[in-house]
Ligand binder design. Structure first.
Ligand code: SF4
Length: 918
């Protein structure tokens, strides 16, 4: 077995992993004990990365369609890239450089990002290159630049150990950044006096564990922070010496804060005034206060000022530039930071240079060896898809992201992709929602197969290494972009004057990933993120390093601004006079509820990767709308009912669950499920494309919606054992891709996986009346239930009931129940347990709600590592077990620890002790 050090490809914590491989197969993964981000720990997602290393759903070779009426056909790389270069050159020739655009991803590596940025800005001459990081952290970028002068998170994870007060705002760290949360748990265990304040409209597991939870009304952060500053001023807890020596612009925010009374803010934020005072006192009085914040601040129509208002508190109290103190933005994606570093957004330039600065543009042009780079800002994500819809942008190249799921206002985004003259998708997976719109699909390498570097939230650069060769004809993302650039250069030279002086063959003549990195490194010389002292060799020898790391230095800088000097013209940090603003839309009589969207513990983004791992569905098997019990009661809703959720932009049918996490008047929907796993476009059918005027980040966290019961009496359930599914040599996951298009034929539908040692598929669907016979026939065909061998069937046409079940090797292989599905739940459990088919076959088609063999349903799995269910935990809690007892007896929470916050919450909710270990 070989072991290869690399990085987890999910969140911005940036954990180090060791990939275990045999020959060309990845067989395991473990945390890298030497990596400073995680010291060997992994969360549920990272610990199952090896299970995603399969090819069933991968794009394996280029596919092209020359007209929308055709399906894509396999082509060679030469045909694919020559065609793309010809189409781009023709469009640029006829409509200019701004008629094409690139939409890339925070999951690309820094080297990939660098080449795409140079291709757009250096060769084509357009700044139309934006990224899904726009949806994630562009408000954090704008907030840092407006206050501290540069886009540089000043802290490191070690600061969690030094903090006396943790101020967690707009972040469910326990779910979204689990390994950071493990560090918080450790810090609290070492220092029981550590105060934890959480600001979040929802009582998440992170909030439930806090000393103080401020459940503010959505979108009211600025009022809270200004009222906290009001208290700090009134109680003389601001540091006048620091303000005088190291900042500017305090007078304006001081006036605003003095005018924002605690009572006013309490009314706006819907929290208690004494809680605001307590939060301000803890924040101000602590020896060191560290803020950790994320999408709750960023995904807002005033996200930049949300960030700035929080940073104001740090500047006013001098909680910055010291161990344990500072405003620390947690990045969502694994390499959002790397994208920022190379300037891979439509309003940025390489190495934190500004597009609007002529000297910066000249520096970049000189570095690249081109006459100039364009000055006009490019289209940001929402603007880009708007321009695609209007025809202003005609061709888009999408890499490593899935805008047909992740962008807000899906109706418009999908119409824009449909309207585009030419859509290229460079992807590892062939079945994402965006793939349906691609005229050209280019197979890209993925985790475990590619190499380069990524930067995590604490500015730490880690080497990403390949453990196995690329599958099929997949190529590295940067190599695809460079190859295309050279072909495009040749095509443009023949038709367009703007490439004069740009030798694409030379500009993109990279012979290795390291050559790209070295060019990027040189672009940082003299900048705040200077990494001229860093090399692949150093990363290989000394491990991951933080920036800056200048030539001649042997290690990077842990934290920034320790000398009180900031990268602004005056050297002083700037207060921003942020004032409370209403959100882009409010609840009203037609849309009386506020929808919040966000992450779950065990899924990642659009599930193209995590959606291939059965055990990652066990904590949350399907998308559910969480709603306060009082709101459910007033609508006569019960847990599990299907509801129709409507916003001003679209609608979605989804199951509903009662949740005490939410305040009345608010609902929450996970962001992960799209058209591949449910009927409809997912949460972003409902969300708003309204965006912040400075960062252009859309308001994904707040949309006004209406919710009503959706009566769908006709039910269909399909179950399939994927392992060894007949006729499917790859193991069967491809069956999901066959069934996914059928989801859209139902009023509500959900597709998921279950199982642990084996993979099973479950598809639930409901509709007002029986679906067309052709839809059931297509399901049966996919499930091989049209095969007469070993098949049992039952049909009662008068009552609309039809059932089929197939066996092989003594086990149930596939089931499809329509019109009457009461046996589905126990059949699912029986398949999971491997109960022999002969025991079941007589009962399988009967309307039995209880199983013919004794079998207690296990319920949702809380501890994924040790496979411990909610019911097993509930049973122990009924006997009075503490958190310690649960760990000692069931072992839950003793492996990766991702479930520990939920276990503690369950104990507290039942009034039990936590025990010494908690
Ligand atoms: Fe990966 Fe989990 Fe670490 Fe994030 S916290 S990098 S998802 S292992």
């Amino acid at each position: 077995m070989n072991e290869t050090k690399s990085s987890c490809c999910y969140c911005g914590v940036g954990c180090g992993v060791i990939i275990q491989s045999e020959g060309e197969r990845i067989i395991g993964v473990r945390g890298d004990p030497d990596h400073p981000a995680n010291f060997g720990r992994l969360c549920t997602k990272g610990a199952t990365l090896h299970l995603t290393a399969r090819t069933d759903l991968r794009a394996m070779h280029p596919e092209l369609r020359v007209s929308r009426e055709e399906t894509r056909k396999r082509v060679s790389w030469d045909e694919a890239l020559d065609h793309a270069a010809g189409r781009f050159a023709q469009i640029i020739h006829e409509h200019g450089p701004d008629s094409v655009a690139f939409y890339i991803s925070g999951q690309l590596l820094t080297e990939d990002y660098y080449v795409f940025n140079k291709l757009a800005k250096g060769l084509i001459g357009t700044n139309n290159v934006d990224t899904n990081s726009r949806l994630c952290m562009s408000s954090a970028v704008a907030g840092y630049k407006a206050t501290l002068g540069m886009d540089a998170p000043p802290n490191c994870y070690e600061d969690i150990d030094h903090a006396a007060c943790l101020f967690i705002a707009g972040s469910n760290t326990a779910f979204a950044h689990p390994i950071v949360y493990r560090r918080i748990e450790d810090a609290r265990a070492k220092n029981p006096a550590l105060k934890i304040i959480v600001v979040d409209p929802r009582r998440t597991d992170t909030a439930a564990a806090a000393d103080l939870h401020l459940a503010i009304a959505p979108g009211t952060d600025i009022a809270l922070y200004n009222a906290m500053l009001h208290v700090l001023l009134a109680e003389k807890m601001v540091d006048r010496n620091y303000i005088a020596a190291h900042t500017e612009g305090f007078e304006a925010i001081e006036r605003t804060a003095r005018a924002t009374t605690v009572e006013q803010a309490a009314a706006i934020c819907a929290v208690k005034a004494p809680d605001i005072i307590t939060a301000a006192r803890w924040f101000g009085a602590a020896k060191a206060t560290l803020s950790l914040y994320c999408q709750g601040l960023n995904q807002s129509s005033h996200g930049t000022h949300n960030n700035a208002a929080l940073i104001n508190l740090h500047l006013a109290t001098a909680h910055i530039g010291r161990p344990g103190a500072g405003p620390f933005s947690l990045t969502g994606q694994p390499n959002a930071m790397g994208g920022r570093e190379v300037g891979g957004l439509s309003n940025l330039l390489s190495a934190h240079r500004d597009l609007a600065n002529p000297a910066h543009r000249a520096e970049v042009a000189k570095l690249w060896g081109v006459p100039d780079v364009p000055a006009k800002p490019g289209k940001t994500a929402v603007e880009l898809f708007g321009a695609l819809a209007s025809g202003e942008v005609k061709a888009v190249w999408i890499a490593c992201t899935n805008p047909a799921q992740s962008m807000p206002g899906q109706d418009q985004v999908r119409a824009a992709l449909q309207n585009a003259d030419f859509v290229v998708l460079q992807e590892a997976y062939r079945n994402t929602d965006t793939a349906a719109y691609a005229d050209l699909l280019l197979p890209a390498t993925s985790w475990g197969e590619k190499e380069g570097t990524v930067t995590n939230s604490e500015r730490r650069i880690t080497r990403v290494r390949a453990a196995v060769p690329a599958p099929g004809e997949a190529r590295a993302d940067w190599a695809i972009a460079a190859d295309f650039a050279q072909r495009l250069g040749a095509a443009l030279a023949a038709s367009s004057p703007q490439v004069s002086g740009r030798d694409a063959m030379k500009l993109f003549a990279y012979t290795s990933t390291e050559a790209v990195f070295n060019e990027h490194r040189e672009s940082t010389r003299g900048r705040d993120l200077d990494i001229t002292g860093l090399s692949y060799a150093m990363l290989d020898k000394a491990g991951p390093q933080q920036w800056p790391l200048r030539e001649g230095e042997t290690s990077g800088r842990k934290r920034l601004y320790e000398n009180g000097l900031f990268p602004t013209p005056s050297g002083r940090a700037r207060f921003v006079d942020a004032k409370h603003l209403a959100a882009a839309e409010c609840a009203d009589a037609d849309y009386p509820l506020l929808l919040n969207t966000g992450r779950l513990r065990d899924q990642w983004h659009g599930m193209s990767r995590t959606g291939t791992v059965a055990r990652l569905f066990s904590h949350a098997p399907e998308a559910l709308l969480a709603m306060h019990p009082a709101d459910m009661a007033s609508r006569r809703l019960a847990h599990g009912d299907i509801v129709k959720v409507r916003s001003r932009r679209g609608e979605l049918a989804v199951g509903v669950e009662a949740s005490q996490e939410l305040q009345p008047g608010q609902v929450f929907l996970p962001m992960h499920w799209g058209s591949q796993f449910m009927a409809g476009a997912g949460a972003n059918a409902l969300t708003s494309p309204a965006f912040d005027p400075f960062s252009k980040q859309p308001e994904l966290k707040l949309a006004a919606v209406a919710v009503e019961k959706f009566e769908l009496p006709y039910e269909i359930v399909a179950l399939a054992r994927l392992t060894g599914m007949a006729g499917d040599p790859s193991g069967g996951l491809a069956l999901t891709a066959t069934l996914q298009p059928l989801l859209q034929h139902f009023d509500w539908a959900s597709l998921g996986l279950f199982g642990r040692d084996e993979d099973f598929l479950v598809m639930h669907a409901r509709c007002a009346k029986a679906p067309a016979a052709a839809v059931l026939a297509a399901m049966d065909s996919a499930l091989r239930l049209d095969d007469k061998d070993a098949l049992l069937s039952y049909s009662d046409a008068a009552r609309g009931i039809s059932k089929k079940i197939r066996f092989a090797g003594g086990h149930i292989l596939a089931v499809r129940l329509a019109g009457e599905t009461r046996a589905a739940a126990w059949l699912q459990e029986a398949m999971l347990d491997g109960v022999a088919a002969p025991e079941l076959w007589r009962f399988a088609l009967a309307p039995l709600a209880t199983p013919p063999v004794a079998r207690a349903p296990r319920g949702r799995i809380v501890c994924n590592c040790l496979d411990v269910s909610e019911n097993e935990i509930a049973s122990r809690l009924t006997q009075g077990a503490s958190f310690d007892d649960l760990q000692a007896t069931l072992k839950c929470g003793t492996s990766c620890g991702s479930c520990a916050p939920e276990l503690k919450r369950l104990c507290v909710e039942r009034g039990h002790r936590l025990g010494a270990a908690a």
